[in-house]
Design a protein around this ligand. Structure first.
Ligand SMILES: CC(C)(COP(=O)(O)OP(=O)(O)OC[C@H]1O[C@@H](n2cnc3c(N)ncnc32)[C@H](O)[C@@H]1OP(=O)(O)O)[C@@H](O)C(=O)NCCC(=O)NCCS
Length: 171
């Protein structure tokens, strides 16, 4: 299954170094692909899983987890796709989904302190550090600040479009 192989390439030893887990095996990849598809028909929906797809090549995954007290996002890219701005774009797109379409009041994320690239992605998107938990730095973002949109470039709901899509779309 194409998605399964692509997931394993994304969740490599290098990419999972700071995630507190090892590389993804074939069985887990099959389960993740199945769960992502199954979540689209669950109501309420526990998680949005969006793929960063460039010309049919699945480069990464970003998730918006709604099954927690505060919504949280996570992201991971295939190692050969790093350093090209893809994670920043993926985070902005999923923020547009969370704030623009779902109307969430806040979204959290976390990164390992030895993973400065991930911190940079969050800061560029407008997150601020708000704490620490089990060795990870916690970041939070709110859609409005003093009544103004925090992210001037945030796409509107209508503009959300398709740039990130993998099997499961945010529809
Ligand atoms: C973290 C990760 C998502 C970044 O993806 P990416 O597409 O390379 O990110 P972007 O290109 O959008 O932005 C990376 C930023 O980090 C900066 N950066 C990269 N390495 C860095 C380092 N060692 N120290 C400081 N900044 C660094 C880049 O210069 C860039 O910032 P800039 O645009 O101001 O120059 C990617 O490396 C990844 O998937 N890693 C493995 C999984 C992971 O760590 N996920 C996050 C879990 S918290």
């Amino acid at each position: 299954m194409a998605d399964t192989a692509a997931l394993q390439r994304i969740y490599s030893r290098e990419s999972t170094r700071f995630l507190g887990r090892g590389p993804m095996g074939a069985a887990e990849a099959r389960r993740v692909a199945h769960d992502a598809a199954a979540s689209t028909i669950q109501c309420p929906r526990p998680v949005f899983t969006l793929g960063l797809d460039l010309d049919g090549d699945l480069l990464g995954i970003t998730k918006l987890h709604l099954d927690r007290p505060v919504a949280a996002l996570s992201y991971i890219l295939r190692a050969d796709a790093w350093g090209k701005g893809h994670a920043t774009e993926a985070v902005r797109r999923i923020l547009a989904l969370g704030f623009g379409r779902l109307g969430l009041p806040e979204i959290r994320a976390k990164h390992h302190p030895d993973n400065p690239a991930s911190a940079r992605v969050l800061i560029k998107a407008g997150f601020v550090p708000t704490g620490e938990h089990t060795g990870f730095t916690i970041y939070t973002i709110w859609p409005l600040q003093n009544g103004r949109l925090l992210l001037p470039g945030l796409p509107s709901c209508a503009q959300e479009g398709r740039p990130i899509s993998w099997g499961v779309q945010a529809t």
